[in-house]
Design a protein. Structure first.
Lengths: 31, 414
């Protein structure tokens, strides 16, 4: 598999919604 | 000029380097949700980074350990992971443990009275475990006092033969064991890192208002590997035994995090919500050989505002997961090759530098105060594009060796 690692996740808000079956990303979601 | 600005990041070089002191960000509050502070394990914000137990490894070592973690994930998914727990338990701990090294830490409370424990948070595994007294076989050095279940009024061992004990098989990938009718778990991370101990239940305190009775976890009696002064692991995968599943009645399997842009700042881990209104979602996919991983589908990559010409089959052949415990993103060979080529073309004004372990595209920024690098966007199923932050494009060893922070898998089907 390809793997999205944690360096590329920096400063993004990463959202895991297991019940709805989706993963989300928000740029600048940390500030 | 406008196109250049829209499709590139211009950075002060000093912003790429972590400072020696911690500059914490206030945790972003999400109403009625619980948020924990996230720190990089080897940065100045981590209490693990004090003294010998938490001494930061070199970047070369971090990347070698990262490669080891990736190999173990590939091995697990290809069904060739034939390392037996008994083998792992007899191996000495050595460099290259596949737990990885570039990990992030959160602090949770366990037991009654509550004891705070700094745990590596990991979306790529499921079982939460911590080192436990009396450390019957072996415990590594950790910063927090080692948890002692005999001093907690809420600890209970799980019995052998119970369905809970049986559930360890999927959460750890190992057959369970018994010791005097007490359920024994074992989890290993590919090569030498492992934890073996009693499977128990305990009171878990995330915050004073978010307390979970009967949280199932591993109470480690034989723990070896490079866990870097942490007290163990917080498993956030999709298996029923993960913290996410065990708290699903309250949080409905919804959590979010922000990893800090540098090891000298802090991020957050929130259960039950998220704070940004501009979240772009892509469907989760399930990897049949590893259903506890969070699968997603890459569909493309853009560099400097231009989408690269990469066949869809390159991504669909491989599949993809998102993992908080892997440091560097791994792409199918053809996708990485296209990314590298486009990135190099837009960086020709900068002198190159030697490769850093698995990172083969590096630059010497010694004579610059600011640099301009192309933006990189990742496309996912559902048509969303996610712009990677500038700090997620470059991996800085030193100013004379700053590298593109992506790598290729060796096999197109990995």
């Amino acid at each position: 598999v390809a793997i999205l690692g944690n360096v590329q996740q920096r400063s993004l808000e990463v959202v895991y919604d297991g019940a709805a079956g989706k993963v989300g990303f928000a740029a600048g979601g940390c500030s | 000029g406008r196109k250049l600005a829209d499709h590139s990041h211009t950075l002060q070089l000093s912003s790429l380097l972590p400072s020696d002191s911690c500059k914490p960000y206030a945790i972003k509050a999400v109403e009625n949700k619980v948020s924990l502070k996230v720190v990089h394990r080897h940065g100045p914000c981590s209490q693990l980074n004090q003294g010998k137990a938490g001494k930061a490894p070199s970047h070369t070592k971090i990347l070698l350990q990262d490669e080891s973690r990736v190999k173990s994930i590939h091995s697990k998914l290809s069904g060739t992971n034939d390392v037996k727990l008994t083998d792992a338990a007899t191996l000495p701990a050595h460099d290259g443990s596949s737990i990885g090294s570039g990990n992030y830490i959160v602090t949770v409370g366990l037991g009654t009275p509550k004891k705070d424990l700094s745990l590596i948070f990991d979306t790529g595994s499921d079982l939460t475990w911590t080192q436990c007294q009396p450390c019957a076989r072996s415990c590594y050095k950790q910063k927090d006092p080692i948890f002692d279940p005999s001093q907690s009024t809420s600890y209970t061992n799980i019995s052998c033969g119970s369905s809970l004990c049986d559930s360890l098989a999927s959460a750890t990938g190992n057959t369970l064991n018994c010791a005097s009718s007490t359920c024994v778990y074992g989890i290993q991370y590919g090569d030498s890192s492992f934890s073996v101990g009693f499977f128990g239940k305990e009171r878990l305190t995330l915050t004073p208002t978010d307390v979970f009775e009967n949280f199932y976890f591993g109470c480690g009696q034989n723990n070896q590997g490079l866990f870097g002064g942490s007290a163990g692991l917080l498993g956030l995968g999709r298996d029923p035994l993960s913290l996410v599943s065990q708290t699903s009645q309250k949080y409905n399997k919804l959590f979010s995090y922000c990893l800090p842009s540098s090891s000298s700042s802090t991020g957050f881990l929130t259960f039950g919500g998220y704070s940004s209104k501009s979240v772009k979602f892509t469907p989760l996919s399930t990897i049949s050989a590893g259903p506890s991983f969070y699968g997603l589908d890459f569909t493309g990559i853009s560099v400097g505002g231009s989408k690269l010409s990469i066949s869809q089959s390159v991504f669909s052949t491989a599949g993809a997961i998102i993992d908080s415990g892997t440091v560097i993103t791994r792409l199918p060979p053809a996708a990485y090759s296209a990314l590298r080529s486009a990135f190099r073309q837009l960086m020709t004004k900068y002198p190159t530098a030697p490769a850093l372990s698995i990172l083969d595209t590096c630059y010497d920024f010694t004579n610059y105060k600011t640099v301009t690098i192309p933006k990189i966007g990742l496309f996912f199923n559902g048509g969303i594009e996610v712009d990677i932050d500038a700090t997620g494009i470059l991996y800085v060893n030193k100013i004379s060796q700053v590298c593109l922070a992506f790598a290729g898998n060796s096999d197109a089907s990995d």
